[in-house]
Write a protein that binds this ligand. Structure first.
Ligand code: G3H
Ligand code: ZN
Length: 273
């Protein structure tokens, strides 16, 4: 069933938030969540919207209908949005939350722009996540080596009114190996200091044990994207390698979708361990 994000992002447990690019991603994520018996968040990024010729409606409708038909609670989240015009489309398409990404801005500009997104979302009953940039480098908050300063995070949450905060604690986006080392001690300090749920981005590159430990240390929303694409593409490649004459996309997309579902189930079990 389609469920508000705010009901799933509850301190004390880790909820998986998986990136949706195509309808098969949504189907696989929900199948994996049903197999694990866990709630899940379907998130569509601004980049995924751009892939769909900059149209939110078709992919949002697909994800929303897959969510509605699910036997476990499923939330719909709009992810890494830099364009306020896209934030403003969220309510009409059934999203329960938005991540406004001002991480490329300096602190003051990030606060000012994030506040605008917060005001819009709260006026429409949506939950807003944001991210701190300029924490330790100009490559963004999730470049390797960048960390979030707890005092700065507290000030940012106070000044913006965000409902959740993405923090830089050692993960990094789009890793295809699972060897990121998280700063669990920093997660604990952020959890103590910051009064809203903490979000881990770039979780595909984090080993299983570190993910479980991160949830125990205080991370609440765990964002996973690349790992699904690794699973999907690997299965498609295997199928086409073994069946070079195949032309029906259903023949090779189906094993890709099954591989994504198995990956989602695995991650959700790791988060709940
Ligand atoms: O917001 C989405 C995530 O941070 C996904 O990152 O593709 O590295 O798992 P990932
Ligand atoms: Zn991210």
């Amino acid at each position: 069933m389609l469920t508000p994000t705010a009901e799933l992002v509850v301190p004390g447990r880790g909820v998986g938030a998986f990136n949706v690019i195509t309808v098969e991603h949504a189907e696989a994520i929900v199948a994996g969540a049903e197999a694990a018996g866990q709630p899940v968040i379907l998130q569509i990024s601004q980049n995924a919207v751009l892939f769909h010729h900059n149209r939110l409606a078709p992919i949002a409708a697909a994800a929303r209908e897959v969510a509605r038909a699910s036997s476990v609670p499923v939330a719909l989240h709009l992810d890494h949005v830099e364009d306020m015009a896209l934030v403003e489309q969220a309510p009409e398409h059934g999203f329960g939350s938005v991540m406004y990404d001002g991480s490329k801005l300096d602190f003051a500009a990030n606060v000012a722009e994030t506040r605008k997104a917060v005001e819009f979302c709260h006026a429409h009953g949506l939950w807003l996540e944001s991210e701190l940039g300029e924490v330790g480098g100009k490559d963004g908050a999730h470049a390797p080596g960048v960390r979030t300063d707890p005092a700065e995070a507290v000030a940012f949450v106070r000044d913006t009114g965000v409902d959740a905060l993405a923090v830089a604690v050692g993960s990094s986006h789009a890793m295809t190996s699972r060897d990121a080392a998280l700063d669990l001690e920093l997660i604990g300090r952020l959890r103590e200091a910051v009064p809203v749920p903490l979000v881990l981005h770039g979780s595909s590159g984090v080993p299983d044990g570190e993910l479980t430990a991160a949830v125990r240390a205080g991370m609440t929303k765990i964002n996973i994207g690349t790992a699904l694409n690794i699973a999907f593409t690997g299965a498609v490649r295997d199928y086409l390698g073994a069946n070079p004459k195949a032309v029906d996309p259903r023949k090779y997309v189906a094993p890709g979708r099954d591989a994504m579902a198995a990956t989602v189930e695995h991650f959700l079990r790791v988060l709940a361990a």
